[in-house]
Design a protein around this ligand. Sequence first.
Ligand SMILES: Cc1cc2nc3c(=O)[nH]c(=O)nc-3n(C[C@H](O)[C@H](O)[C@H](O)COP(=O)(O)OP(=O)(O)OC[C@H]3O[C@@H](n4cnc5c(N)ncnc54)[C@H](O)[C@@H]3O)c2cc1C
Length: 266
Amino acid sequence: MKAVAFDYLAPRDVAGALAALAENGAKLMAGGQSLGPMLNLRLVRPRIIVDISRIAALRGMEERSDSIWVGAGVTHAEIEDRGSGMLRAVAARIADRSVRNRGTMAGSLAHADPAADWPLALSLLDATVHLRKAGGTRTVPVDSVMEGAFTTRLAEDELIEAIEVPKLSPTARWGYYKFCRKTGEFAEASAAILLDPERRVARVFLGALNGAPRACHDLANQLAQGGKIDAEARARAIATTAPDLDPIARRMHAGALDRAIKQVFP
Ligand SMILES: Cc1cc2nc3c(=O)[nH]c(=O)nc-3n(C[C@H](O)[C@H](O)[C@H](O)COP(=O)(O)OP(=O)(O)OC[C@H]3O[C@@H](n4cnc5c(N)ncnc54)[C@H](O)[C@@H]3O)c2cc1C
């Protein structure tokens, strides 16, 4: 199957993109790595594609005093090449280099695939999402973006301008593990852990669920207090956080959690 016919616009600035996006039936395209297949399967039938990949103002990635600013046009490959820490490690395991050369963090958030890497990693890191539409801007926590599988709370005429990721302190430790059949594939199960005592942060999240990533609060509290996380504690956390998982998915998530914990406490 091929995509329905559409007009293609490639504005050179954000104002042009927002004006085009306000048109009826317009849809943004960043890297096209998720949108392309959706178009070909006719799961989306836009009248106008607004390609934002050539907007220089969206392509910046910079270190600020307390955060890393990632513009909506920054690709996974650029984060892999120029990023550091957890962002770099997560980017490097997304798909293969050809997908990473075009796909973006913002596109991944807006696509809201439950198995994707950025929704999990950015929830763990408590990132902030900067949104813009013709009428103004707003800033929201990343965990308020994804409503469910492939659905977000973004308005149709709203664009993710950038994602701002808080910096970790030098003593912070993190673990990130995704189970997939082949290297670089979407996760079958995933888990992520962050322990940053200097900032009084302890978080544990599960990904690749039926919707958005979910926090395991009890496990995070246990980790913060230096408690031992045994198989029973992991199983209990998964049963509480994701009671809807079938037995096989529960085992895969328990394995992912175990491995993420071992990255923090080898
Ligand atoms: C073979 C293959 C393997 C993959 N494996 C993985 C993997 O292991 N892990 C993983 O996480 N992902 C994986 N992906 C998905 C990949 O990361 C995509 O790049 C990503 O999901 C979408 O980013 P994009 O920039 O290509 O967005 P696009 O495909 O251009 O757009 C996706 C959606 O986001 C919207 N959108 C894009 N940019 C914005 C914006 N700035 N503001 C608002 N809405 C926007 C579009 O309208 C569209 O609805 C894979 C993809 C492929 C093709």
